[in-house]
Design a protein around this ligand. Structure first.
Ligand SMILES: C[S@@+](CC[C@H](N)C(=O)[O-])C[C@H]1O[C@@H](n2cnc3c(N)ncnc32)[C@H](O)[C@@H]1O
Length: 156
């Protein structure tokens, strides 16, 4: 596995996930390949600075608010997959996990980017809150002398 969108596309296709949220979208480098490759119904694109013109697709629901404010607009257990990739500060990652974990349906997935020891905020917050977390290394995404990973938990 080389890139974050490859992991996400595989999860979405293998599990027939339809309702996706990405927390921290920036220019859509992850969102765009997912929308091109997958038959998702809705893609909640959450960013304090929404770049609405980076890709035009009527499946995108932009929410231009901080993550934890945006989460208040989303019903519990309504998302198939939530991908967290906003602020990497320890406190913010913790807040994002706490806000978005309840939004994922049973059978869905909560996951996030930048799981590697050099990203101390992400690494510590994820390990503390999610002791059963799994991860995959992304061989195309270096992080110091290691690789970035995607952390993930399957919601049962
Ligand atoms: C690392 S970039 C996202 C990269 C993108 N996920 C990708 O794969 O290309 C982080 C983004 O998170 C946004 N962001 C930072 N803090 C946020 C918050 N509290 N709520 C929502 N978005 C936030 C920033 O504006 C920025 O666009």
């Amino acid at each position: 596995m080389n890139y974050r969108w490859e992991f996400l596309i595989k999860q979405i296709q293998d599990n027939d996930y339809k309702i996706i949220a990405e927390i921290g979208v920036l220019k859509g480098n992850t969102m765009i390949p997912i929308l091109r490759e997958c038959t998702v119904k809705s893609y909640y694109a959450i960013d304090t600075v929404p770049q609405k013109k980076c890709y035009i697709d009527n499946r995108i629901k932009w929410i231009g608010k901080p993550s934890i404010e945006a989460a208040k607009e989303i019903a519990d257990k309504s998302m198939d997959l939530v991908f967290i990739d906003a602020s990497h500060k320890y406190r913010h990652v913790k807040e994002d996990i706490i806000a978005w974990l309840p939004k994922v349906k049973d059978g869905g997935m909560l996951c996030g980017h930048d799981y590697c020891p050099a990203e101390t905020g992400v690494y510590r917050a994820v390990n503390e809150l999610l002791p059963n977390v799994q991860f995959v290394e992304l061989k195309g995404e270096p992080c110091g002398n290691q690789f970035r990973g995607i952390w993930f938990v399957e919601i049962k």
